[in-house]
Design a protein around this ligand. Structure first.
Ligand SMILES: [Zn+2]
Length: 84
């Protein structure tokens, strides 16, 4: 029951993360939940990972990929040089 609740909560935050989590152990899943909680309370310090080119711009609806140095959260931006 607890695991079902955790899965539900995880899917509420990010359905994609839940799909990844289903293939791993409970311990691994708990690590992911901690990461999500950490990312919620983190004052993100994003660094540019890569810029997105060509067809990927339409597929991902973004121009650049950014990752927080503190919690490793990844986000996408419509701009090349800034997040918003
Ligand atoms: Zn962060």
């Amino acid at each position: 029951m607890a695991i079902i609740l955790i899965q539900f909560r995880t899917s509420a935050v990010c359905g994609q993360m839940m799909l990844v989590g289903l293939g791993h152990s409970v311990k691994r899943r708990w690590g992911m939940i901690k990461k999500i909680i950490k990312s919620i309370f983190c004052r993100h310090d994003y660094k540019l990972i890569r810029t997105i080119h060509g067809d990927q711009i339409n597929h991902m609806n973004a121009r650049s990929e950014w990752q927080c140095e503190k919690c490793k959260w990844v986000t996408y931006s419509h701009y090349l040089d800034r997040i918003k």
